[in-house]
Design a protein around this ligand. Structure first.
Ligand code: ADP
Ligand code: MG
Length: 299
């Protein structure tokens, strides 16, 4: 696996008092979509700022592309949007992007390719100031992609957008990822990370609580919801099953958490053999939100 970015024991203290990032380490490999997930103030933007060389680290290391390039040259292969998109308001989308191409010595044909990708080709002649926030954000993404970067970095890409705008940006991120561009995004939205990312780094108060695949974070064994006429007998038989961790009664149903995998059909068969006929059987997994709350409960 090709390494794009390695972060080791990164630490940031602002003004000798705000400990914004605490000993954070993780790696980013080519082709994945990474989310840095955490509530406001957890150190997401600071972490992005450090690796983009706009915030000074206090200690620790980071290395782009295995350290084969100086940071300055490495950052030429990184596309990033860490602030509100800013273009010339009275210039058109096309003119704004052409200007970026001239500054960065990129062929002008890229302008049309990227406008098409973000769905703004038919609006190329509209002035930037007439764009909705979602269109401005998509233009910023087009701009960051003009030089075909290895990785695209986005800080809270859907902040302030309406539901349709949010949907467009999320779909766009998935399209860009499917074309092979690695993505690193910071977000405080659990459902955003769950929907868009393959991997997640969870931060809270600057501390890393989890890193790994989103599926991994979701793959606890899950739980069953069960109903039967004789709840006491049901409870008794469940207590005797090796896969059962605990049983909670919620009104007329039992919520059964597992300590090892158990398929619905096997549980159903076990209960039937023990004289229990279920009226209701559903197997569920915790959502990322529930996992996140679990993770941050005692911190
Ligand atoms: P997030 O992006 O997760 O919301 P930030 O990285 O912006 O978090 O902030 C982390 C912590 O660092 C917060 O307590 C914030 O107030 C503080 N912080 C961020 N930028 C500065 C700064 N320039 N000077 C002082 N403190 C800062
Ligand atoms: Mg932030």
């Amino acid at each position: 696996m090709e390494t794009i970015l390695t972060i080791k024991n990164l630490d940031k203290v602002y003004n000798k008092k705000v400990h914004a990032v605490k000993n954070v380490s993780f790696e980013i490999y080519k082709g994945n979509v990474y989310g840095i997930l955490g509530p406001n103030g957890s150190g997401k933007s600071t972490t992005l700022g450090i690796v983009l060389n706009v915030v000074n680290k206090t200690s620790g290391e980071y290395q782009w592309f295995n350290g084969n390039l100086e940071t300055h040259d490495a950052l030429k292969k990184v596309g990033a949007i860490i602030e509100r998109p800013n273009f010339y308001p009275y210039m058109t989308a096309e003119e704004n992007l052409k200007l970026v191409c001239k500054i960065k010595s990129i062929p002008l044909t890229k302008v049309y390719e990227k406008l098409e990708l973000v769905g703004l080709l038919d609006r190329k002649d509209s002035k930037f100031r007439t764009f909705s926030l979602g269109m401005k954000q998509r233009l910023a993404i087009a701009s960051a992609l003009l030089n075909d970067p290895e990785i695209l970095i986005l800080d809270e890409p859907t902040n302030g957008l309406d539901p349709q705008g949010i949907r467009q940006i999320r779909d766009l991120i998935k399209i860009i990822a499917s074309q092979g561009t690695t993505i690193l995004l910071a977000s405080h939205l659990l459902d955003e990370v769950e929907k868009v990312c393959s991997h997640v780094v969870v931060l809270r108060h600057g501390e890393m609580l989890y890193q790994g695949s989103v599926d991994g974070m979701l793959s606890t064994e899950g739980f069953f919801e069960l109903k039967s006429e004789n709840l006491n007998l049901l409870k008794e038989k469940l207590t005797q099953h090796v896969a059962v961790e605990n049983i909670l009664q919620e009104e007329d149903k039992l919520v059964v958490h597992l300590k090892e995998n158990l398929e619905a059909k096997d549980l159903n068969e076990y209960l039937f053999k023990n004289g229990i006929i279920l009226q209701h059987l559903v197997k569920r997994k915790n959502s990322l939100e529930e996992q996140f709350l679990e993770l941050t409960k005692n911190k």
